[in-house]
Design a protein around this ligand. Structure first.
Ligand SMILES: Nc1ncnc2c1ncn2[C@@H]1O[C@H](COP(=O)(O)OP(=O)(O)OP(=O)(O)O)[C@@H](O)[C@H]1O
Length: 251
């Protein structure tokens, strides 16, 4: 196996009273891994994402990005190579800007973000119509619509496209379909999987949907009480069923 893109080495996160909410987490993320992340409420899934993204300081350990320890890099610096989509459709998009303007802004990830030179040429609009169309939810008809006027599903699809407009080395999907109705959620999940496969994205996806966690991705991680209690890939993951997974959901 090639070298990992990211490695977590003995990562510990504590809160004020010294309680460890992540306890010596170790795992490697390889190029093209699509890892579904499960665990009970309070298991530490969001904390893990916050630690990787730099929104939460780690107490000890290392987070390596191509062998460089980034544990002390700011969250903003880490957006040069990481992107995240949140559960809340209101996060990740600017509500008063149009869909096209948000996509243009997303192209500036890693460089200074400004819309001074808006650059929304006809070519760009055609390109944006193509990339939004593949999400399959009519977002392509709303390129000039203010983002705040979109449905939750369209807004999440836009957040996804923005997070991947400049291909991140790691995409963090933080229950990104959880706030949507079942049909819209399933539709976005399909589109997500298509995009991950088409663009060979490397992604971690938190979900409480066991069926999705089993169906999608090449690898599955289960967290419990701040520990990784299961980390399986490929055939071993394929062989799992929901009842086997539920055994790891102990509180
Ligand atoms: N800043 C904080 N201060 C104190 N406790 C915290 C803090 N952040 C998280 N915790 C606690 O750490 C534990 C892990 O929380 P976390 O949000 O990572 O869990 P989770 O697996 O994402 O849960 P959920 O599925 O409910 O979103 C919880 O017990 C939570 O209360």
């Amino acid at each position: 196996m090639s070298k990992p893109v990211f490695s977590l080495k003995d990562v510990v996160v504590t809160v004020g009273n010294g309680i460890q909410i992540l306890k010596s987490i170790n795992f490697d993320i390889y190029d093209g891994d699509f890892i579904t992340v499960l665990g009970t409420n309070g298991a530490g899934k969001s904390t893990l994402f916050n630690a990787i993204a730099g929104n939460l300081a780690i107490a000890s350990g290392e987070i390596l990005h191509h062998d460089k320890n980034i544990a002390h890099e700011t969250a903003v610096k880490r957006t040069d190579y990481l992107a995240r989509v949140f559960q809340d459709p209101k996060m990740g998009t600017a509500p008063r800007m149009t869909v096209a303007e948000n996509l243009l802004l997303a192209e500036k990830r890693g460089s200074k973000r400004t819309l001074r030179n808006r650059g929304l040429t006809q070519d760009k609009l055609t390109q944006y119509a193509d990339i939004t169309k593949v999400m399959g939810n009519n977002l392509d008809s709303h390129l000039n619509t203010a983002t705040g006027d979109l449905s939750g599903g369209q807004r999440q699809a836009l957040s996804f496209l923005m997070a991947t407009r400049v291909k991140p080395e790691l995409l963090l999907l933080d229950e990104h379909t959880a706030a949507l109705d079942p049909k819209t959620s399933e539709q976005l999940m399909h589109a997500t999987n298509d995009q991950v496969e088409t663009h060979h994205l490397t992604a971690l996806m938190i979900t409480h949907n066991l069926a999705d966690a089993l169906k999608y991705g090449n690898r599955l991680i289960i967290l419990n009480a701040g520990n990784i209690v299961l980390d399986v890939r490929d055939d071993e993951k394929q062989a799992l069923d929901e009842s086997q997974i539920l055994k790891y959901f102990v509180s």
